[in-house]
Design a protein around this ligand. Structure first.
Ligand SMILES: Cc1cc2nc3c(=O)[nH]c(=O)nc-3n(C[C@H](O)[C@H](O)[C@H](O)COP(=O)(O)OP(=O)(O)OC[C@H]3O[C@@H](n4cnc5c(N)ncnc54)[C@H](O)[C@@H]3O)c2cc1C
Length: 464
């Protein structure tokens, strides 16, 4: 391994980009930089093929961007970060390891452990910037407490504004190092290679921003219509840090349209949920409103019916076309439209009475944008047990949601191919087709009206 008088390690976790990267900028200020990614078994074990596949192409794209400057590329090592990072820093004779701050429960604990191990050898873990437009802990209410409700958080978020981007980094103008014991990059899925990485994310965002229709100007009108597929698809790029989230409000600032305001507001939701999790670290598994922990649920481990229902939901075979389309989109694309995420989550919790954490777990395994704060707190929002939650008694109707948001059935037909030829009038209620449910499709696994009543009774039981 090469070493210079002044070297540092840039430890990448979810900031796979060279532009607007304060931690990288700060590393370069130290001199030569060793870009490091650690394949951490604790994080890999919860990710199924969708997230692992994205990780592989994200690593490849960053490696190529680094090599474009003539350097040795990214060093990928396998192991527990508190063992690997100090060893690499020591081999490189780096005095500092630079990171973007992680505010999640596992990330904070891991970083504290790495910082301690480094400090034992006289080295420092330096946090610069974060994966958020406004970092958790920055905004507080008049009493100095974290916000629990989105609307005042959003007002404060708008007043605070975002920092200017960090100066751009050109790979060719830096001095890069590599670890001698780095491992090969994971195998990549050829279908994903062109989609991942900073350049692809930036190009996609620019294209969407520049569209005359079904882009930002149509966002307020079309963002809830999954068949139009008119949302930005930024979530994956933001999850992996191919783009810094502040790029979004910055690029939208000049637009001053209703669509621009609506989209920037969604990025504030992302910051809000990160802030809520930072203030309530047990919310990954525990309801924020403690009384919900006593709500009666069907446990798939104890009940054959609940296990069958959970499987049907996971496989997109509930007999409710809008729900099944969403669950099949998730498995096919590692992504699902937000409106449908809300409907399938409500169906699991309020029609099947299965605990939200089972759904959150499935989502985390299959979403390419799977993010512990966004996922768990959106699940808690739907379940009604989060800070700023939808009331529990608001139960999404899986049929009328489809009729309202997929009126022409474009979305359902795309994913539930058994219904591709179904007549419009029966698409959302195939069990009412005069000749019976179309071949290959199935009868609904539950009666929504009855299960809605049951859900409300369970809710009343914890409220009284
Ligand atoms: C049950 C459930 C689970 C979810 N799990 C995740 C997750 O693991 N990761 C994730 O990034 N999002 C999650 N979301 C939020 C939302 O569904 C996705 O961010 C959105 O669908 C991504 O598509 P988009 O980028 O086209 O969104 P757009 O509508 O174009 O919005 C732009 C950006 O705003 C942010 N945003 C939008 N809606 C939300 C929201 N409800 N909460 C927080 N941020 C939001 C995202 O970063 C998104 O990329 C979840 C929502 C639900 C209901």
């Amino acid at each position: 391994m090469a070493s210079t008088a002044s070297t540092s390690v840039w430890w990448i976790r979810r900031d796979f980009r060279l532009a607007d990267n304060p931690a990288l900028r700060s590393a370069l200020d130290d001199g030569a930089v060793l870009p490091l990614f650690v394949l951490d078994p604790a994080l890999l074990s919860g990710a199924r093929s969708a997230r692992r596949a994205w990780l592989a192409v994200a690593l490849r794209a960053l490696d190529e961007d680094l090599r474009a400057g003539g350097g040795p590329g990214l060093s990928v090592l396998r192991g527990k970060p508190w063992n690997v990072v100090p060893r690499v820093a020591s081999d490189a004779r780096a005095s500092r390891v630079h990171i973007a701050a992680d505010f999640g429960p596992y990330g904070s604990r891991r970083d504290a452990r790495v910082a301690e191990a480094l400090a034992g050898e006289g080295r420092e873990l330096t946090r610069t910037g974060s994966p958020y437009a406004v970092a958790p802990g920055t905004l507080t209410n008049k009493s100095g407490q974290p916000y629990r409700v989105f609307t005042p958080f959003h007002r404060s978020w708008l007043d605070h504004g975002v920092h200017d981007p960090a100066p751009a980094v050109r790979a060719s103008s830096a001095d890069w190092l590599a670890a001698e014991d780095r491992v090969d990059l994971p195998e990549t899925d050829p279908d994903l290679v062109d989609l991942a990485g900073e350049k692809a994310a930036r190009a996609r965002w620019r294209r969407w921003l520049g569209r005359d229709s079904e882009g930002v100007s149509d966002y307020p009108k079309l963002h809830d219509v999954p068949g139009a597929d008119a949302t930005s698809h930024l979530s994956i790029a933001l999850r992996w840090g191919h783009l810094h989230p502040r790029t979004v409000p910055q690029d939208l600032a000049t637009k001053r349209s209703e669509g621009a305001r609506a989209l920037a507001r969604q990025v504030a939701w992302r910051d809000f949920f990160a802030d809520v999790l930072w203030a309530n670290p047990t919310a990954t598994t525990e309801p924020i409103h403690a009384e919900y922990a006593t709500m009666a649920v069907e446990e798939p481990g104890d009940s054959a019916t609940a296990a069958r229902h959970l499987r049907a939901w996971q496989q997109g075979r509930t007999g409710f076309p809008f729900v099944d389309a969403g669950m099949r989109q998730l498995r096919a694309e590692g992504w699902m439209h937000n409106r449908v995420r809300m409907v399938v989550a409500s169906f699991l919790i309020k029609d099947l009475h299965i605990g939200w954490w089972h759904g959150a777990d499935w989502f985390m395994q299959h979403l390419r944008d799977g993010d512990i704060a966004q996922n768990q707190l959106n699940w808690q929002w739907v379940a009604g047990c989060g800070t700023d939650a939808a009331p529990y008694f608001r139960v999404f109707n899986p049929i009328s949601q489809g009729e309202k948001f997929d009126p022409d059935g474009r979305y359902i037909r795309r994913y539930v191919t058994e219904l591709a030829q179904a007549p419009d009038e029966h698409l959302h209620r195939p069990w009412e087709t005069p000749d019976g449910v179309p071949a290959g499709y199935l009868e609904p696994i539950v009666d929504h009206a009855a299960e809605r009543k049951e859900a409300l009774e369970r809710y009343q039981a914890i409220k009284s």
